[in-house]
Design a protein around this ligand. Structure first.
Ligand code: BGC
Length: 747
């Protein structure tokens, strides 16, 4: 009897633990939660249901919202970060509204909350999902400590055109890399189990937004279903599988259909094929923008279109709150559609534990922000994200031989700008700039002359800087673009260094001293014309709060660079869009000469017959995956465990990686695969695996990597995703343009 009672007790404990410790990967599979949702919905009026579907931007006087909250007319707010105000909003909802449903408080916590990490494009350059996940976890710890439980991140838009300012916010051009970063961020934000330190992730922008024509933000896209499925959708699907709780629709229309009214992507694919039962929110007024798109007549019309397409929550159009009730009354929208949306919203609130823990502990907030461990992780992330693009041996600096270092350039001491786009909550006062960090690392040796006060400044003469450069042993120039030049709505048609920065570099060069350029930017700029003026180039993107110490560590050699290009670096903007995994053409470039290499020939009628630009060829400045180290690596003995695999098999790869230099370093090993013949033309190669490997000076190691054959599946001519048997080639290399292929078959 006693034994039975103990057993029952133990079972109960396990049951309770199972109910409270919900895995982040089970958005809607908890029957207890589903039951609570059902009970709550049965008590809600139509108006209260529609209220849940309404998200408003706060950030102001609480009294503006108190009444609406009390009447249950707001389901979520964004843009309030004061924990005292957030608690007051919650108190009104929980204690003064009829049903006491807590608010979901959202914020764009994109690459850190207070402690700012490198911009997402920089994070992708680390090829280190674990570290990226740690950063997202830290962002969650800091943001939830102030009452924020929902972040509008990660952005999973594949971006292949650096003119698009929002390339800064994503993981770059590659589907595989983007998908790995997506999973990592979802894991980090939401945590292994959902608790009060979890923020619901919001994968955005669904979908195709990064393919804006001409790289101009908000522009139309024309992606075929096959491109969507092979290139743009997989990161979203991976994130859904990783448990992403919410998703945001995008601003763009694809092939004429704005995403916020697109049933095919929101219902057929997201809900139908992937089984997503999280919350779908619009982008800011993207429902309302279907009117200027010419996809709806007025706010009522677009509200109807959006809700029918599968949108659950309206961010800042006020279309649902203003019109859904009348649409239901008129029979145009069924109440069951509203119920479904409310279910999806309440599910997130229950899973996040908001009903049990609506309030934030205001005391906890302060202690968590900018914690030592957070700054440390931000520094490591910035170190791993910097890409060494060029080095004639000047880096790392040899402290013994250097007495005077000239630090110059508009980004050397620009604390706000090194944080990059979407860093609302990162404070200048906590940001360590390269100038500050270099002064500390090289005491008494740094002389600072800004040269240009800001990147866009126009100047013709740089006499003061050049005079100082002559007296220095080395020049460290910090260039690029301020945060304001990338990000949303900040597209550019010219990607050269802006203002007089190239002139500054040329002037510095004339002083005859070695010049090291560090570029902080939100995108890969076209720096080809500047390379002759630099002995070394480090590309750090916008590196965040700890960018200064990270760069000082890299420049001094305390840390060896290991970042790799997450996107193709163009020679000139006219090459855009250029990306490594383009389809095979019928006339691949075969090294023909450029116009500039051909003697002018009178009467010449043809210059070449392959796919290239007569003036700029077919190659980028730096390919995807490229990045140098202070040591060198070589690859050899690349072997596969078979010559042929079944469709459900695994390609086991073994190879030898050697550190052929004289210092320890980390290489990002990359595996690319080409499907030689398909029912449709296939990319020349696609990344299918990567791993960071650290080797001591002179060390060699035999390593193993795997590619599941299933990962080679794609949507072919018959519109079905599958592996098509045939010939394949595989590369193991340090970037997308190196290595020799090994052949295998799939049978
Ligand atoms: C952006 C979103 C962002 C939202 C909320 C929009 O303008 O496109 O990415 O999450 O604003 O701030």
């Amino acid at each position: 009897m006693k034994y039975t009672r103990t057993l029952i007790f133990a079972l109960l404990v396990i049951l309770v633990a199972a109910c409270t410790e919900r895995k982040a990967t089970t958005v809607g599979s908890d029957p207890e939660v589903e039951k609570r949702i059902g009970e709550l919905i049965s008590r809600m009026t139509l108006s209260e249901k529609i209220g849940q579907m309404n998200q408003v931007s706060a950030g102001g006087d609480i009294s503006n919202y108190a009444d609406a909250l009390r009447r249950g007319q707001i389901g979520s707010i964004l843009n309030e970060v004061d924990p005292v105000k957030i608690n007051e909003f919650q108190r009104i909802c929980v204690e003064e509204s009829r049903l006491g449903i807590p608010l979901l408080v959202a914020r764009d916590v994109i690459h850190g909350f207070h402690t700012i990490f490198p911009i997402p494009l920089g994070l992708a350059a680390t090829f280190d999902p674990e570290l990226v996940s740690e950063g997202a976890r830290i962002a969650s710890l800091e943001a939830t400590a102030q009452g924020i439980r929902w972040t509008f991140s990660p952005m999973l838009d594949i971006a292949r055109d650096p003119r698009w300012g929002r390339i800064a916010e994503g993981s770059g051009e590659d589907t595989w890399l983007d998908a790995r970063m997506a999973e990592a961020m979802v894991r980090g934000y939401q945590g292994e189990t959902l608790d009060t330190t979890s923020m619901a992730a919001c994968i955005k922008h669904f979908v195709g937004y990064g393919a804006a024509e001409g790289g101009r933000d908000y522009n139309s896209t024309f992606l075929t279903e096959r491109q969507l499925r092979n290139v743009y959708l997989p990161p979203f699907e991976a994130a859904v599988k990783a448990g992403a709780m919410t998703l945001m629709t995008s601003f763009n229309d694809n092939d004429g259909v704005p995403s916020t009214g697109n049933t095919f992507i929101l219902k057929d694919i997201l809900r139908g094929e992937w089984g997503f039962d999280g919350l779908v929110v619009t982008d800011w007024n993207s429902m309302g923008e279907m009117i200027p798109h010419g996809f709806g007549t007025d706010r009522k019309d677009v509200a109807e279109k959006a809700v029918k397409a599968g949108v659950d929550m309206d961010m800042m159009t006020f279309g649902f709150i203003s019109h859904l009730e009348e649409l239901v009354a008129a029979g145009s929208v069924k109440e069951s559609v509203i119920d479904e949306a409310v279910r999806n919203i309440l599910r997130i609130k229950f899973l996040l534990g908001l009903f049990e823990h609506p309030y934030v502990d205001v005391e906890r907030g302060e202690a968590v922000q900018y914690a030592e461990a957070h700054l440390e992780a931000a520094r490591r992330s910035a170190e791993e994200s910097a890409i060494l693009l060029r080095n004639d041996g000047i880096l790392p600096l040899d402290p013994g031989r250097i007495r005077t270092i000239l630090v110059t350039g508009p980004m050397a001491d620009a604390p706000h700008d090194q944080l990059g786009t979407w860093s609302f909550d990162g404070q200048k006062a906590h940001t360590v700039t390269p100038l500050q960090a270099l002064r500390e690392r090289f005491p008494g040796k740094v002389v600072y002359v800004p040269g240009l006060a800001y990147s866009r400044e126009k100047r013709e003469r740089f006499d003061d800087v050049v005079a100082t450069a002559r007296r220095a042993d080395v020049v460290l120039a910090f260039l690029g673009e301020e945060a304001i030049l990338s990000g949303e709505a900040h597209s550019l048609a010219d990607l050269n260094l802006i203002g007089s920065q190239s002139a500054l570099l040329a002037a510095l060069r004339s002083a005859g001293k070695p010049v090291v350029a560090t570029v902080m930017a939100g995108r890969p700029l076209t720096i080809e014309r500047d390379l002759p003026n630099c002995n070394a180039v480090l590309y750090s993107f916008h590196p965040g709060t700890m960018g200064g110490p990270a760069l000082a560590n890299l420049i001094s050699g305390d840390v060896n660079p290991s970042g790799k290009c997450p996107v193709t670096f163009l020679r000139t903007v006219g090459q855009a869009p250029m990306y490594y995994s383009h389809n095979m053409t019928g006339r691949p470039y075969n090294g023909e000469k450029l116009l500039s290499e051909i003697e002018a020939e009178a009467g010449q009628t043809s210059l070449g017959n392959t796919s290239y630009y007569l003036d700029y060829g077919a190659c980028p400045l730096f390919p995807f995956g490229y990045g140098l180290s202070y040591t060198t690596f070589s690859y050899s003995d690349i072997r596969l465990d078979s010559q042929s695999y079944p469709v459900d098999g695994t390609v086991n790869i073994s190879f030898k990686l050697s550190n052929t230099g004289d210092r320890e370093g980390t290489e990002v090993v990359q595996v690319y695969v080409r499907d030689v013949v398909g029912s449709v033309t296939r990319p020349v190669k696609e990344l299918k695996a990567f791993e960071r490997v650290t080797l001591k000076a002179g060390e060699s190691r035999t390593l193993q990597l795997k590619v599941a054959v299933a990962e080679l599946a794609f949507w072919g001519l018959d519109g079905v995703k599958k592996v098509e048997p045939g010939d394949f080639q595989l590369w193991v290399a340090g970037d997308s343009a190196s290595g020799e292929p090994v052949a295998f078959k799939v049978k």
